[in-house]
Design a protein around this ligand. Sequence first.
Ligand code: GAR
Length: 209
Amino acid sequence: MPDRKVLGILASGRGSNLQSIMDAILADRLQAKIGVVISDKPEANALRRVIGMDIPAVCIERRKFASKQDFEQALAAELKLHRVDLVVLAGFMRLLGSEFLSRFAGRVMNIHPSLLPSFPGLEAQQQAIDYGVRVSGCTVHFVDQGVDSGPIILQEAVPVLPEDTAGILAERILAVEHVLYPRAIQLFCQGQLKLAGRRVLLEERGSHL
Ligand code: GAR
């Protein structure tokens, strides 16, 4: 599979989005290859998900570096080592700095559990409930230097029900994340995403949009 784009997945926790990406590759819904999984947390379940999968899994801890810049240089070096084309943030709970982002300009994606620009940052599902919105959802976007503020690639809505807790809403959104993220990554891998200012144009090819 020499022409497949190489993904570098960054994950801090549970890794269910990582799992959905691996499942999509196995099912051939996503024609990509995972070059490396990197976590900033040694205990992250994401690292365990790739055991026995022939995918390199690496832990790079922030506390082992004197500065955020050094930490991000180590991340970038690991991604380069594995010839990563697209950096995929999958529950990676750190903000990346400008030096890192300029090294991977237009090649860092994130998924966020709200319909951006509503409810960026932490606890997006609780923010949605507290605000009283009837609809929330998830957003896949390119990463810029702001908090969840980069150009939007795909979004999908889910209802917010009166009896929802943040946990129940998070589960409803997560089920959609698991479909939307592999689809957005596939669009990138097929060269169907074009940036026009802060708008992402989807070039249709086939019937999967
Ligand atoms: C997902 O809901 C993802 O959208 C969210 O963290 C969760 C990670 O779950 N990301 C953010 O809130 C980023 N701002 P996972 O580890 O099971 O993929």
